[in-house]
Ligand binder design. Structure first.
Ligand SMILES: [Zn+2]
Length: 101
């Protein structure tokens, strides 16, 4: 249902922050952000870097989003750490069969 993918949205996040998007673009970005943790994180990072979000508007959007984001990030951390074991990468400790090419 996403009419824009993450690449398109991330290209617009800066304009979204600066309130330079048209109403429809802004709505599309906002809708995407609601369903995409990664883009929401990117936007939050932008906001922190730019540091003028509170000067633009003071809506408690981030306050609403952050608990959910944090929960999802927390849920993803173990997955990132443990979710990709590397079977077959055992250290044999014997002679290395690899040659210098
Ligand atoms: Zn996205």
């Amino acid at each position: 249902m996403d009419s824009l993918n993450c690449d398109h949205v991330s290209e617009r996040l800066s304009d979204y922050l600066d309130d330079e998007l048209g109403a429809s673009d802004r709505e599309i970005v906002r809708a995407h952000l609601e369903s995409c943790v990664e883009c929401t994180e990117t936007l939050a990072a932008y906001r922190r870097v730019v540091g003028h979000a509170s000067a633009l508007d003071d809506r408690p959007v981030e306050a609403d989003l952050w608990p959910g984001i944090a929960a999802r990030i927390g849920a993803r951390v173990p997955e990132l750490i443990y979710g990709r074991p590397r079977p077959g990468r055992r250290d044999h400790g014997g002679g290395c069969p690899r040659r210098w090419a």
